[in-house]
Design a protein around this ligand. Structure first.
Ligand code: 3H9
Length: 700
């Protein structure tokens, strides 16, 4: 059932909001909420009202599916009644309304609770205003009520970070904390107490004390503004503005400005992009025919990791953080110790950043053992191989491990270049072989490509997904093939950058243009970070697989020959001084030699916008090919993987959503004209992109 139920007992009416799975405030629910409130107000036997959510959660906010339709222009923004008006009616009601909160009170859910006369929550309740994560601001009074309950500085921190508080640690916001079994009763008692005057009734918007000091509020606003790290988006400033208006001109004017800004933002590309990402992230771990059929993942308590280099030790760190014990295999004791040292340093850095306390770090480290014999991994439920990128070595490891492990154990490889089918072929149990392609640094980066072959069993995929989620990472399921997904589609990005350099465009200008677009760094800086040698090796595999769209500038090879392998050697496209990238005048001579190697082509004249198109439209094209080949399931998966794996700006929704906003036909035509202008297959649009341009969408 979806709606709002009203039950009476002992002078208290209880409104129960039901809209599974998270009791989102769909338009019909908003309408029923108002109707039930009016019923309770009209009933003389009711002294006060309690509002709660059905099941184990309060309300996770406005219905984002409706917000998405509005953002896309598919539904009208004005719908009656408006949530903000209903919440005002709750606050103004002649009968006090008390919120009983368990589970999530997020966005419009917390705004509902804040409009109430008081709030009782369980210690584990999750309270937050995460609207900025959707490119919006709270639009039903949150920017006005939260500062009045917790103070301007705390309110700004909560909204700008989208972070949640727990019911047990939210003084000001929560009036009483109660266990789940007592929650309703305690809320009812408080409602009685307020109705009878035993407990003072203070309507939230009338609370002035925490916003009365305008100078202090201004300094909190200035501090919040100076701490903003966002680029190219207006929603954080809009949030600050709504709060500022409410403080300077009063809550009523603040509410009006908040609503105006919310509506403006709902039509913005950033809201469209981020709402798209919200739903894409929820789709990504769903694999039709696998996750909808298979049982739950088996919980692994003990995982083996082969290789303790940067990747292996990063993976081990992530496993330890998730409470999994790790047996790490290295070739000798000295390397085992070096691996332990790397894990220790990873943990230490988290302690220094305040993310982990010393004793938790020690406890995690105590769950790591290092070994030199393969047999030591025999009891592992999952083994993740992160040895060096040598197919023969990996095949030998797989064939030797296969008979050692229990028949239900999973055999995974972190390879970024080797076909998982090849590794599976070295075993007698191809059904349990999966690729788990972590991105570096593995304990930090959120993306893991889960690579399956036609022989990988559903149970193995489900177990791999379970492990990745347990590591608090996001899995994207792909099929095995050169470069898997992210490295494959972004190979077009780095190749196009190489083409531009050879044709007279300064590498630092390319990086600047992509940084301004919103990438965390441009392709040259990225190549330095990943390791120029690593990029050359991966590029060679993709060149062999896709010769029709390869382009190889000599620049990276020349840098590598000079020992400039990127950040790890202190120099690449940039030079690295005390860990910071600096532009290096010496790069010019390498660029000149690369251009000579390319035959000194006529320099081209391109705008920064064209640099972005030339480097990123190929990514969209390659993604269409990967979709058509069945490498990846959905365009949204490409977006999630690109955001988490490459730092593509989430507010643009990922490359596919970005292309959708520009128009599939525009992307296709632009690529076709670049291909013609430069006479290069690298820019030629694929049949898949052309087909999508005809249907008008790269998302479907
Ligand atoms: C807002 O409130 C604006 C207001 O200020 C002003 C309005 C005027 N709506 O994440 P899960 C679906 S903006 C619709 O897998 P979990 C979700 O798509 C909103 N659907 O579960 C999924 O569907 P499916 C501010 C929603 O336990 C299913 O529920 N609120 C909504 O891992 C389960 O979700 C937020 O931004 C929604 N609001 O995490 C909170 N929420 O099964 C957004 C969820 O078909 N929600 N769904 O894939 C969340 O952060 C997480 O869902 C939550 C649960 C933490 C609640």
């Amino acid at each position: 059932m979806t709606g709002v139920d009203l039950a009476h007992a002992d002078g208290i009416a209880t409104m129960t909001i039901e809209n599974p799975p998270v009791n989102a405030l769909a338009q019909s629910v908003v309408a029923e909420l108002l109707a039930r409130l009016q019923e309770a107000e009209a009933d003389p036997s009711v002294a006060a009202v309690v509002v709660r959510g059905a099941g184990s959660t309060f309300v996770a906010g406005a219905d984002i599916t409706r917000l998405e339709r509005i953002a896309r222009g598919e539904a009208p923004i004005a719908a009656s009644p408006i949530l903000g008006d209903v919440l005002d009616a709750i606050e103004q009601s002649p009968k006090p309304v008390v919120a009983a909160i368990d589970g999530y009170a997020l966005g419009g859910g917390l705004e509902l609770a804040m409009a109430c006369a008081a709030r009782v929550a369980t210690p584990s309740a999750r309270l937050g205003l995460p609207e900025l994560r959707l490119g919006l601001i709270p639009g039903a009074g949150g920017t006005q009520r939260l500062p009045r309950l917790v103070g301007v500085e705390r309110a700004l921190t909560m909204m700008l970070s989208s972070k949640e508080l727990s019911g047990g640690s939210a003084p000001g916001l929560i009036d009483e904390v109660a266990n789940a079994t007592e929650l309703l009763q305690r809320a009812r008692s408080l409602a009685h107490a307020i109705a009878s005057g035993r407990t003072p009734w203070r309507r939230t918007l009338q609370r002035a004390e925490l916003v009365a000091d305008v100078a202090a509020a201004h300094s909190a606003l200035a501090k919040a503004k100076s701490g903003l790290k966002t680029r190219n988006v207006s929603y954080p400033d809009a949030c600050l503005e709504a709060v500022r208006v409410g403080i300077e001109q009063g809550a009523a004017r603040g509410l009006v400005r908040e609503r105006e800004l919310f509506r403006e933002l709902l039509g913005s590309p950033a809201a469209r992009g981020l709402i798209h990402v919200f739903f894409a992230e929820r789709q990504v771990a769903k694999v039709p025919g696998v996750t909808d059929r298979a049982s739950s993942p088996r919980r692994a308590e003990h995982v083996g990791v082969i290789g303790g280099g940067t990747m292996g030790s990063g993976i081990a760190t992530a496993l330890l953080a998730a409470g999994v014990s790790v047996s790490l295999l290295e070739v000798d004791a000295a390397r085992g110790e070096a691996a332990r040292e790397r894990v220790t340093q990873n943990l230490q850095r988290q302690v220094e950043r305040g993310r982990l306390d010393e004793s938790a770090a020690r406890k995690q480290l105590s769950q790591l053992t290092t070994h030199t014999e393969l047999e030591a991994l025999a009891s592992s439920q999952i083994v993740i191989e992160a040895a060096s990128e040598d197919p023969e070595l990996k095949k030998t490891l797989f064939s030797r491990l296969d008979p050692l492990l229990s028949p239900t154990a999973l055999l995974c490889s972190n390879t970024s270049t080797i076909d998982i089918r090849e590794l599976a072929g070295a075993t007698q149990h191809a059904d349990r072989v999966v690729g788990l392609h972590f991105f570096s640094p593995a304990h930090v980066m959120k993306l893991v490509e889960v690579v399956r072959t036609s022989e990988t069993s559903s149970a193995a995929v489900v177990d791999a997904l379970g492990l990745v989620k347990r590591l608090r990472k996001t899995p994207v399921v792909v099929t095995s093939g050169p470069g898997f997904l992210v490295n494959r589609v972004f190979s077009r990005y780095s190749r196009a950058a190489g083409f531009l350099v050879d044709h007279g465009v300064d590498p630092y200008r390319i990086d600047d243009a992509l940084f301004a677009f919103g990438m965390p760094m441009g392709p040259c800086r990225m190549s330095d970070l990943a390791g120029i040698d690593v990029g050359i090796a991966a590029g060679a595999i993709l060149d062999a697989a896709h010769p029709d769209r390869s382009y190889r500038s000599a620049l990276r090879k020349l840098l590598a020959e000079a020992g400039r392998l990127g950040e790890k050697t202190g120099a690449g496209h940039y030079r690295y001084v005390a860990g910071k990238a600096e532009r290096d005048p010496e790069l010019a001579s390498f660029v000149q030699r690369a251009r000579e190697a390319a035959g000194n082509p006529e320099p081209i004249d391109v705008t920064d916008e064209e640099i972005v198109e030339l480097t990123l439209f190929g990514v969209v094209d390659e993604a269409c090919r990967a979709l058509d080949e069945g490498v990846v399931l959905r365009a949204g998966d490409v977006d999630v993987a690109s955001i988490l794996g490459m730092g593509f700006p989430a507010y643009r929704g990922g490359p596919m959503q970005w292309a959708e906003g520009l128009g599939a036909a525009y992307v296709r035509e632009s690529l076709a004209s670049y291909a013609q202008r430069f006479g290069l297959g690298l820019f030629a649009p694929s049949e898949g992109l052309s087909r999508r341009a005809e249907t008008g969408s790269v998302l479907s």
